[in-house]
Design a protein around this ligand. Structure first.
Ligand code: TXA
Ligand code: MG
Length: 349
């Protein structure tokens, strides 16, 4: 299939209106449109159409047992597709539109193919103006996983999307760099009115705790699944974001990391905090150091992570190293993505 590319800088321009109408039309007739969101790019189809869900799984090369998130234009639209609750609206008031996904009991209008047969469905109201305008133009909720091929890092710019999805979808909308750079926070609304944090993101655990003190962090967020363990969120069981080269996280001080790197041979890439960059480049000229934001700015690191993993992966390194991030704030989301990219290989120095 030939993929049409459009760039939208300003949602209200005449040109973008006609592109969005065309995209809405594609979605309504069962086609696929990749669109920008504030977290990562999404691979969208009609969330009420079972065939669209099948097409999404095929384009992504994703097992059909991993359910999709439906994207809505307004938080209250969740009522049409799910059983909402008072807690849902309290979360919505605080965090929507924005990078929060809530798992609720689905209504039958959302076909089982979208939910991978579960009786729940994940709902998210993105804040990106292009995503919002596209959902409105489609007139249906947009089912969308991240727009990467299964196993690759989520795409945070149109160039990543093109690498993975050119020829596999009807249209790709380029809306610039994703602001957050990591996928949304996912919480499951439990029957007893508590929340389970299934995937950390830019809405942090502390943010959630301002709305309810009944939040449990799923074990898989920071740990490794035991063989045969039941997963709450099917996505957790797949190897994710993994670069081709072995990737290791280093748990130690700057000095310990530097000394460790000194002993390593081969083509080595290192994600490095900006404060260390000059000294490490001078001290270890045979290694490649990639700027990974400032040490205490985890928002910056989140924004860069997937971009760097894709970049580094193209260059054929024998190994990749990065400092193990702390787990506070958005650090928990970084930690979660990095331990998976590293297949849990943490080296204690
Ligand atoms: O930021 C995001 O959430 C992006 C953008 C495009 O919105 N989307 C995204 O979708 O990351 P995806 O499909 O790559 O990740 C969704 C995760 C998967 O791990 C899936 O298993 C989980 O959400 N999920 C979806 N529906 C679920 C459900 N009903 N119960 C449990 N987990 C669910
Ligand atoms: Mg994904």
């Amino acid at each position: 299939m030939t993929t049409k590319f459009v760039k939208i800088n300003e949602v209200s321009s005449g040109q973008s209106t006609s592109a969005l109408q065309q995209a809405g039309e594609i979605l309504r007739r069962g086609g696929l449109v990749v669109f920008p969101t504030e977290t990562v790019y999404g691979l969208g189809g009609d969330g009420t159409n079972a065939d669209s869900a099948r097409a999404i799984y095929a384009a992504k090369g994703r097992p059909a047992d991993n359910p999709l998130i439906i994207h809505i234009a307004f938080p209250e639209d969740a009522e049409k597709y799910t059983e909402t609750s008072d807690l849902y609206f309290r979360l919505a008031e605080r965090f929507m539109p924005g990078p929060l996904t809530v798992i609720l009991t689905a209504k039958p209008v959302i076909p089982p193919e979208v939910r991978a047969g579960l009786d729940t469905v994940a709902v998210r109201c993105p804040s990106h103006p292009v995503a919002h305008a596209l959902i409105c133009a489609a007139g249906v909720p947009i089912a969308a996983p991240s727009a990467n091929l299964s196993g690759k890092p989520s795409p945070t710019c149109a160039a990543h999307v093109k690498d993975d999805m050119d020829g596999r979808v009807d249209m790709i909308i380029d809306g610039g760099d994703s602001e957050v750079g990591l996928e949304s926070t996912i919480v499951k609304m439990e029957g007893d009115g508590s929340l389970t944090l299934l995937r950390p993101g830019a809405v942090t655990l502390d943010d959630l705790l301002t709305v309810t003190d009944r939040v449990t962090v799923a074990d898989a967020v920071t740990g490794q699944l035991a063989p045969g363990e039941i997963v709450l969120s099917p996505g957790m069981k797949y190897k994710h974001y993994a670069p081709d080269a072995p990737f290791y996280l280093l748990d130690g001080t700057d000095e310990e990391i530097f000394s460790f790197l000194k002993t390593k041979e081969g083509r080595i890439a290192v994600l490095t905090y900006e404060e260390d960059l000059d000294a490490w480049r001078d001290g270890l000229p045979d290694k490649d150091f990639y700027a990974f934001g400032r040490r205490n700015n985890r928002v910056e690191q989140a924004h860069l992570l997937f971009h760097l993993l894709r970049e580094i992966d193209k260059r054929g390194y024998t190994a990749i190293y990065a400092p193990l991030p702390a787990k506070d704030g958005i650090g928990l989301a970084l930690y979660n993505r990095m331990i998976r990219a590293a297949a849990h290989q943490i080296i204690k120095l």
